[in-house]
Design a protein around this ligand. Structure first.
Ligand SMILES: Cc1cc2nc3c(=O)[nH]c(=O)nc-3n(C[C@H](O)[C@H](O)[C@H](O)COP(=O)(O)OP(=O)(O)OC[C@H]3O[C@@H](n4cnc5c(N)ncnc54)[C@H](O)[C@@H]3O)c2cc1C
Ligand code: SF4
Length: 493
């Protein structure tokens, strides 16, 4: 039985909001909005310190034994808007987020990266942030231990990941096995629909159950509508009073919306939104690669992060989703899918320079974002590098999902990338790494959150998620979000 099994949780610690019909009032030292990377970390820290905590989570509580294999039901129960939330701009593309207990950590690939030191230097020098890499080190160390962070082991590597390392080696690129929250990964390459074996140390299985055992109460299916003086959080039926503080950990998309609905007037609210746009490329081989065996994302390279602002990584996708990466239709698509085992999928995440906004329109979060030409140039370069890596380990075809680009059949075709379009509409993008929108800083004119993590002008209301980050960070963000949330919580108490 996994730690999140209902029989394992303390009686009365989980309340399903769908069973609450009458108006009521509750109180605790801290009310935390969101149960993902930031919220889970704050809940665990505060309960360890002996504070009473209530966690509000908009999404459902789906325990590990209910996770399935199929993508559609998984996305329906665990993803926000079944994965259809989108950024609007020159191109429209999905912004993926978890909406369930554990937030996006429940559906992510368990990659644990510490942001490079240069990121904090920029934050300190350009944005007046008063914490450094050294301040976060002890929190990273704690998280590494508590969530069993380790590089992918031989037994979970699989050919898909292994080939990436080989390709990078052959091209003289730096690369490494991915460090992951792994307590005995069974190499099913299906983190996206929740870890069925309970081996991914995400918040749903790690910090949230731990906090509940220390006295926290979790309200699932309970959306925080707004905050008012007190401070208190209003939900459909219940009002939650915070004796010491309200912690917003609802993510860079939803946190600004809650503050807006709460009447906050601040010009920086919803602005300076940054992401890591991501995309991937499929290679076809004349032998089995079996991308469904191995850690979902088990190898990566930051070789081009400083020079070209991109990180490359393996990304195993199930058959239902690999179809969205193939530039084929009808019988050709069917034929390629019959050869699914011979396909591999390697991805790029881009430290994009573009800024967007998150606003409230018609009661929904409205995301505006357009990549700059410089961003698109980097993306195109990343595709060329990935194609070269695939041919370096024997790919027979590279199948770009980019309008106007043909299927590449040998390394001679790599030059075609040099004339490929840099129109964002020509590319098939997605993002799940989200930053900014309530950024931290010393001045109210350009920031929403004060250096002590409190919202400018809102007493005892704090933000701990990545909406306070002044910039994106270039690497997978969960670990940094958790370390910053832990630092923030420790300063707050
Ligand atoms: C498919 C996918 C794969 C990813 N892979 C990785 C990876 O391997 N490594 C990595 O570092 N990062 C990864 N990420 C990104 C990482 O998971 C997120 O950056 C991180 O979880 C964000 O933390 P957060 O606490 O800000 O938000 P989340 O973890 O998304 O949690 C926010 C929670 O708040 C809830 N919420 C929102 N609004 C309200 C409201 N009004 N009331 C109550 N609750 C509310 C949401 O439902 C959600 O559960 C991935 C993300 C996705 C979607
Ligand atoms: S790859 Fe590992 S961590 Fe991911 S779902 Fe499978 S067993 Fe769990």
């Amino acid at each position: 039985m996994h730690p999140d099994h209902p029989h394992k949780l303390p009686t009365g610690s989980h309340i399903d909001g769908q069973t609450v019909y009458k108006p009521g009032e509750e109180s605790a030292d801290f009310i935390i909005i969101g149960s993902g990377a930031a919220g889970g970390t704050a809940a665990q820290f505060l309960t360890e310190q002996g504070f009473s905590v209530i966690i509000l989570e908009e999404g459902p509580y789906v325990p590990t034994h209910k996770f399935g294999v199929d993508v559609y039901p998984g996305m329906k129960s665990l993803f926000r808007d079944i994965g259809s939330q989108a950024a609007q701009g020159k191109a429209i593309f999905p912004i993926l987020q978890g909406r369930c207990v554990g937030g996006s950590t429940t559906i992510n690939s368990a990659i644990a990266w510490r942001a490079p030191e240069s990121v904090y230097e920029t934050w300190q020098q350009d944005f007046g942030i008063d914490f450094s890499h050294a301040d976060l080190e002890p929190h990273f160390d704690y998280l590494d231990k508590a969530l069993t962070v380790k590089p992918v082991e031989d037994c979970t590597l699989g050919q898909h990941n292994n080939l990436f390392g080989l390709a990078a080696n052959r091209m003289g690129m730096q690369s490494q096995r991915t460090r992951r929250y792994d307590s005995g990964c069974e190499a099913s390459a299906s983190c996206l629909t929740g870890c069925r074996s309970g081996k991914k140390m995400a918040m749903n299985i790690a910090f949230i159950p731990q906090a509940l055992h220390k006295g926290a109460r979790l309200y699932s299916n309970t959306k925080a509508l707004k905050i008012s003086k007190g401070p208190k959080v209003h939900t459909e039926h219940t009002v939650f009073y915070a004796k010491r503080g309200i912690i917003l950990a609802a993510s860079a998309i939803q946190t600004p919306g809650i503050l807006k609905r709460s009447g906050l007037r601040n010009k920086a609210l919803g602005r300076y939104f940054q992401i890591h746009p991501a995309s991937s490329l499929v290679g076809y081989f004349d032998r089995d690669i079996s991308m469904q065996t191995g850690a979902t994302q088990g190898y990566n390279s930051i070789h081009f992060l400083d020079s070209h602002r991109f990180k490359l990584e393996v990304l195993s996708l199930p058959p239902e989703l690999i179809t969205t990466r193939l530039p084929l239709l009808g019988p050709q698509l069917s034929q390629k899918m019959l050869e699914y085992k011979q396909l591999l999928n390697w991805a790029v995440i881009l430290k994009a320079g573009a800024h967007g906004t998150v606003k409230q329109r018609f009661g929904k979060d409205w995301i505006s974002y357009t990549l700059t030409p410089a961003d698109m140039n980097s993306l195109r370069q990343a595709y060329k590098t990935l194609s070269e890596m695939m041919f370096a380990v024997g790919a027979k075809e590279v199948l770009p999902c980019v309008y106007g680009m043909p299927i590449l059949r040998s390394a001679d075709d790599l030059k075609l990338w040099d004339n490929a379009s840099i129109d964002p509409k020509a590319y098939s993008l997605v993002s799940s790494h989200l930053f900014g929108t309530t950024r931290m800083g010393p001045h109210k004119k350009s920031s929403v959150v004060v250096l002590n993590f409190q919202v400018h002008g809102m007493d005892k209301v704090y933000v701990l998620d990545s909406s306070i980050f002044p910039t994106n960070i270039g690497v997978n963000p969960q670990h940094t979000i958790m370390a910053v949330a832990r630092l923030g919580t420790s300063r707050l108490v």
